[in-house]
Design a protein around this ligand. Structure first.
Ligand code: UD1
Ligand code: CA
Length: 468
């Protein structure tokens, strides 16, 4: 099989982004642009990807290296540095082209809407047509600053940049997407011949086209119907438009699979998230990362869910914030609950308003309805946690300790558990208790000041005072 290498150009400064972040690190639906493109190269089964870095290379490198080591068995990633941004041809030239063989696909790093299917199709088309070099073009109503595709009697002749174009040329609507496929030997032969004789004094990769045509090579512009591949990100507006596009197609895809959206234009579901059919998503919901929602769930307005497993029939009520947790079937969470990492909420359990959970195993059918903090705790089944309960897990020695509560325990309101502490099954904790010792199974624990009533004493405080 012919080897396929992708070269991704990402050295530009991205001045028009007006942002301290290197352009290719700007996220699209939660994923830096450059990682999106590399993920697509991976999904397209390419053998190798060479990324040309320049501006902010230290930062970009720190994002790319962990990804590269994760995928190295399937996609070999090389990073190259372009010391000075002398143009797109110069950028390709820094990617050690002498060592290339097979076919090479060149992609601008700032076109985040290209998909793996697009990339695959371009290489397949190129091979089927037995070309030496191809540029991917699209027809645009408003071709703005894109390089124009020049044809004579339908035959590709050259690409002309807007800055060097005549007013006649500027009327052409077929433009260069900045994606090229070439045989490695064509790249090696013609790239060094490119000169910087143009208005920007840059080495334009687009000049490769006319040079290879003059050299008698088989060169074509492959017209692509999907104009999204030409969506370059140069400004924050274009970034936001690309992000909106990705969220929109994710929601459409989910609707096709039977997910119900109250307002399809106001839901933000990252591409990696899965949702089961029959689940209802209210407006303003944000879902991230490895989140997997089962069927028949209801996710109410403004819920934020990151890296969570949510089983079937779960209700996440308005304004709840959930991270790296597992919610079992038929549970109810919120409104306004905070579920912090490493929490498991059992089947049909209920977590109510202003309840915070962190590293908790919360048993099946148990309830914590109101205003509680439960951290580093194992809580059994059918437990009732009264309003205002706190597990005091963080001790003066700056260490965290665990609270264990057995099955069917009734915890009265306003109780505290000073960890480490264990409460046996079927016990009762009286309201307002501060539990510092273990409670045996079946016991009633009371740990609060005893009440004294001083008969008639109230008058002493109120005598002679006017009612307000
Ligand atoms: C380029 C094309 C244009 C095409 C458009 C599509 C050239 C000369 N022009 O224009 O025909 O329609 O893309 O979006 O190629 N880069 C480097 N090093 C450099 C210069 C650029 O790595 O020295 C990278 C940039 O980071 C960017 C990509 O190459 O990812 C494209 O460069 P940019 O300057 O944005 O080219 P355009 O003007 O958009
Ligand atoms: Ca660009």
């Amino acid at each position: 099989m012919t080897k396929t290498t992708a070269i991704i150009l990402a050295a530009g400064q991205g001045t028009r982004m007006k942002s301290p972040l290197p352009k290719v690190l700007h996220p699209i639906a939660g994923q830096p642009m450059i990682l999106r493109i590399l993920s697509h190269c991976l999904a397209a089964d390419f053998d190798e990807a060479r990324v040309v870095l320049g501006h902010g290379h230290h930062l970009v490198q720190s994002v790319l290296e962990p990804f590269a080591s994760l995928v190295q068995k399937q996609l070999h990633i090389q990073l190259h540095q372009q010391a000075q941004q002398l143009g797109t041809a110069n950028a390709v030239g820094t990617a050690d082209i002498a060592s290339l063989d097979g076919d090479v696909i060149i992609v601008n790093g700032d076109h985040p809407l290209i998909t793996s299917e697009d990339l695959k199709n371009f290489v397949t088309d190129f091979r089927e047509r037995k070309l030496d070099l191809a540029v991917i073009s699209v027809n645009l109503e408003n071709p703005k600053e894109f390089g124009r595709i020049i044809r004579q009697s339908g035959q590709l002749k050259a690409i002309v940049e807007t800055k060097d174009a005549s007013s006649e040329t500027l009327k052409i609507k077929e433009v260069n997407t900045g994606i090229y496929v070439a045989k490695a030997e064509v790249l090696k032969k013609y790239l060094p011949l490119i000169k910087n004789e143009n208005s920007k004094k840059e080495f334009y990769l687009t000049d490769l086209i006319s040079l290879a045509i003059d050299g008698g090579k088989n060169v074509e512009a492959i017209l692509c119907n999907n104009t999204k591949v030409a969506h370059g990100v140069n400004t924050q507006e274009e970034l936001a438009a690309a992000t909106a596009q990705v969220f929109k197609s994710k929601v459409n895809q989910l609707m096709h699979a039977g997910v119900i959206f109250i307002d399809a234009s106001n839901a933000y579901i990252e591409e990696s998230v899965t949702i089961g059919a029959g689940s209802v998503i209210y407006p303003g919901v944000f879902m991230r990362g490895k989140t997997a929602i089962g069927p028949f769930c209801v996710i109410e307005p403004n819920a934020f869910i990151s890296d969570c497993i949510v089983e079937d029939g779960v209700q996440i009520k308005a304004g709840s914030y959930l991270e790296q947790s597992h919610i079992k079937s038929q549970a109810k969470v919120g409104p306004y609950a905070r579920i912090r990492p490493d929490t498991v909420i059992g089947k049909s359990a209920q977590i109510g308003n202003f309840v915070e959970l962190k590293k908790v195993n919360f048993g099946d059918h148990s309830k914590a309805g109101h205003l509680s903090y439960l951290g580093d705790a194992d809580i059994g089944q059918n437990v009732n946690i009264g309003c205002g309960t706190i597990t005091c897990n963080y001790a003066a020695d700056r260490k965290k300790y665990k609270t264990k509560i057995g099955d069917r325990v009734f915890v009265g309101s306003d109780s505290q558990f000073v960890a480490p502490v264990e409460v046996g099954s079927d016990s009762i904790i009286a309201s307002g208790s501060t539990i510092t010792k273990n409670v045996p199974e079946g016991a009633l624990a009371i740990a609060r000041g005893r009440q004294e009533n001083k008969e008639g004493l109230a008058k002493r405080f109120t005598a002679g005072k006017k009612e307000v």
